[in-house]
Design a protein around this ligand. Sequence first.
Ligand code: MLT
Length: 263
Amino acid sequence: MPYVEVDGRLQHYRERGTGPVALFVHGFPLDATLWLDQLTALAGRRRCIAPDLSGSGRSAPVTGEPLTMERHAADLSALLDRLEVDRVDLIGLSMGGYVALAFAERFPARLRSLALVDTRSGPDSADGKAGRDAAIERVLDGGRGALADTMLVALLGPHPTAAARARLRTMVETTPYETIVGALAGMRDRPDRTAVLGTVAVPAAVIVGADDTVTPPSEAEAMAAALPDATLHVVAGAGHLTPIEQPAAVTAALAALFDRVDA
Ligand code: MLT
């Protein structure tokens, strides 16, 4: 299993395929297994690398620190340095999209293309920030099982498959408490990165589940309009977790982005 040392901690990543690197960034409170279908399906086009973000999955725990989007972006850049990779097709879902925009802001020269999946560029509203603090209390009181119960309803579309439900529950219940708390604080405090969209000088795709109620299609439409060169893909039969709810549709949208990049 591949690990590299990043900022003094072991970071785990999954890897399939050969060719130019595509970097897949998962959301909250998830891990690299979110992207397993895409890693397999796109291995003929790209060297697909999906890290477990710091504190998540099999990466080393991070205790008592907010897991900011900027920190994750810096860790991803350090991971690429360790792997001697220069530019990537960067794909981020939800919190992974917040990280992708922080990465695009800080390391624009490292982007070959950008895919924003079920995410938004704006910050949390005042209510949203209060909701993060309440969620921290709830998960510490009620446990990860209760968080998973809530997320199964909030994140998946109206008719989820048993496989999608099982995958989501496993990811939530195996994410360390410290990571859940640190990520909620990091997302609460993230800045508005809407202005970054206009600076993205590479081909982009915006992908969203038609039934996504967390980051709805209206947000995706606005981001696609603000990006200089983006295509919008609204995926039927999916909520907020399109890569596991409609894996083939997400793969097809990413393959179409790679076609534009490779043309
Ligand atoms: C995620 O899927 O990463 C989160 O739902 C994002 C968020 O809570 O803002």
